[in-house]
Design a binder for this molecule. Structure first.
Ligand SMILES: [Cu+2]
Length: 90
């Protein structure tokens, strides 16, 4: 179980952090919960297709189970420049 926040203003291209923490260390098979604290909807979508939260509305949360190992990149489908990563341990 791990929690990642999407901070207010995250969809602006000039911000440093779209997801907090931007690089999260999680165990394999962990359920990750993303909390959208922004005023726009966002997703957390694995670049390898292994998970996709779908649209998370402002003030809402969504969860996904992470499988695999190593570095998994993910992004927001609505704002493709928003990116983060998970470091998955076995
Ligand atoms: Cu977004």
């Amino acid at each position: 179980m791990a929690s990642i926040s999407i901070p207010q203003g995250a969809s602006a291209q000039q911000v440093d952090q779209y997801y907090m923490p931007v690089n999260a260390s999680v165990p394999n098979d962990a359920t990750i919960t993303w909390t959208n604290k922004d005023v726009a909807p966002h997703t957390a979508t694995a670049s390898d297709g292994s998970f996709d939260t779908g649209a998370i509305n402002p003030g809402s949360t969504a969860s996904a189970m992470v499988k695999g190992q190593g570095d998994i990149q993910y992004h927001c489908n609505i704002h493709p420049w928003m990116h983060g990563s998970l470091q998955v341990s076995s």
